[in-house]
Each structure stands twice: as structure tokens, then as C-alpha cells.
Design a protein. Structure first.
Length: 258
């Protein structure tokens, strides 16, 4: 079977990067999206399907050897598990040999509801009987940028204190996902984290400075297990600081005013 790679969530921040890298590498790529009528892309076969309902998945998975699963929805995270179950069912039916999943550093440590769902997705994949690889990565700068944009609408920006963040470039994560997809199933692999850990309050101030906004940053100490996990470094992995592109480079290219 030709190594056709199906990318779920192909129009998202990470999925777009994976698709672009597969095309540059000359790898046959099929891109799955809920939307129809997307513009044609050289080297990409677009297909429409819904991971939650299962509609269109049989056709999308037909003839696929490897799946890179990038689809997720942090706003409607309860859909992620039904979507994962549909993906596993479709992959089994199509004879898929390898599913590469991207998850998040700290899903087993930080008690966010979304993280619990991501961790359960990992467990479903490991128990699926399919060949699988799971890569956890730290936060994407685009996510932090978007969240800070919402918080900074107020004259006072609350931010958790004593919490480390380790932004990693999604393009670098995409490189690793494609590398894993072209190899054999490897189970749980070493995590991918950005080149440096930033304290969240300091990171917020650097974003405000780049944006040219004057705001008071209010450090907030979260109580309970969540606060303890964040202060213990649950969102970071300094030992896996394999990323190269820094937060400062992201700010200069995407946030700073010309």
C-alpha cells in the first residue's frame, strides 16, 4: 500500500503546517476538513468529513496507510472523544497501519477538563489495537497570542502567578509529526517543547510591550490542585527544549507594530 497520509484538522494551525510539509516532502497527502468547497492545493487531495458524526470518513480513509490526527476543538472539547472513537473505527475498517496523534504536555499532570479529554484520547488510541504514536507538545504561540488578545480588552489583565509556559513553534511540531508518520509506530515518544520557559506574568508583559498596549498585569495565585500543578511546572518540560523559534521571534514577526 502506498503511504498515503491523511491529515485531520487540516485547516487548523497545526494541520496546515503538516499538510504543507508533506507536500514539500513529496508525500501523498489527503486533507480532511468539515468544510466543503475548499480551494484546490497542488499535491493535496481534499476530502470532506465529520469526525464527530462519522459522515464521509469511509471515503476519506479508503486506501490510507497513515493518519496524523491534528483535529481538536478546545471550545467544544467534549466532542473530541466521540471524534476519536469515530477515527479509530474508520481507521480499523480501512486497514490503517499507523495513527500519529498530537497531544499536550501536562495532560497527565494538570487537571484542566480539556486536558482530561486529551489524556482519555491517548488511552483510547493505545487500547485501539492500531499501530500508534503519541507526541505531546507545549503551547503554540498563536494560542497564547489569542488568549492574551481577549484578556487585554480589559484595563487589568489577570494572569496566573508562578506558572511556566514554554511556547513551541507549530511548524517545528509539524516537522516532528511528519517524521514520526513516515516511520514505524513508536507508542509514546519524547515530548516536544519550546526553547525556553517563561513565567506567565512576564510573558504577558512582553506581549503587551510588543503590542504597544499599556495594561496593568495582575498576578493571580490559583488555589487547589490546579494551581499546585501549574506552579510545579505542569505545562513545561525543560528537559525537552528541542524547539528553536523563540517567543521573541514570534512577537517580532506577528505581534509587534511596524
Amino acid at each position: 500500500m502506498e503511504n498515503v497520509i491523511l491529515v485531520t484538522g487540516a485547516t487548523g494551525v497545526l494541520g496546515r503546517e503538516v499538510v504543507a510539509r508533506a507536500v514539500r516532502a513529496g508525500v501523498p497527502v489527503r486533507a480532511l476538513s468539515r468544510r466543503s468547497g475548499l480551494p484546490s492545493t497542488p499535491g493535496v487531495s481534499w476530502c470532506t468529513g465529520d469526525l464527530v458524526s462519522g459522515a464521509g470518513l469511509a471515503a476519506a480513509f479508503a486506501g490510507v496507510r497513515t493518519v496524523i490526527h491534528c483535529a481538536t476543538d478546545a471550545r467544544r472539547y467534549r466532542n473530541d472523544l466521540p471524534a476519536f472513537e469515530q477515527l479509530i473505527t474508520a481507521a480499523r475498517a480501512a486497514g490503517v497501519a499507523h495513527v500519529v496523534n498530537v497531544s499536550i504536555v501536562g495532560v497527565d499532570l494538570v487537571p484542566f477538563p480539556y486536558y482530561r479529554v486529551k489524556l482519555e484520547g491517548e488511552r483510547l488510541l493505545a487500547a485501539s489495537g492500531l499501530g500508534w504514536t503519541n507526541l505531546r507538545a507545549t503551547q503554540f504561540p498563536t494560542l497564547l497570542d489569542s488568549a492574551l488578545g481577549v484578556l487585554a480588552k480589559s484595563p487589568v489583565v489577570p494572569m496566573v502567578s508562578g506558572t511556566g509556559c514554554q511556547p513551541v513553534d507549530p511548524g517545528e511540531v509539524a516537522d516532528r509529526l511528519l517524521e514520526l508518520a513516515l516511520g514505524e509506530p513508536a507508542g509514546q515518544v519524547e515530548e516536544s517543547a519550546g526553547p525556553r520557559v517563561y513565567e506567565a506574568v512576564a510573558l504577558t508583559r512582553s506581549w503587551l510591550k510588543a503590542k504597544g498596549r499599556r495594561r496593568l498585569v495582575l498576578p493571580v495565585r490559583l488555589p487547589g490542585r490546579l494551581g499546585a500543578a501549574l506552579r510545579a511546572g505542569g505545562l513545561t518540560n525543560p528537559g525537552r527544549a528541542v524547539g528553536r523559534r523563540s517567543w521573541e521571534e514570534y512577537l517580532a514577526a506577528n505581534v509587534a507594530k511596524p
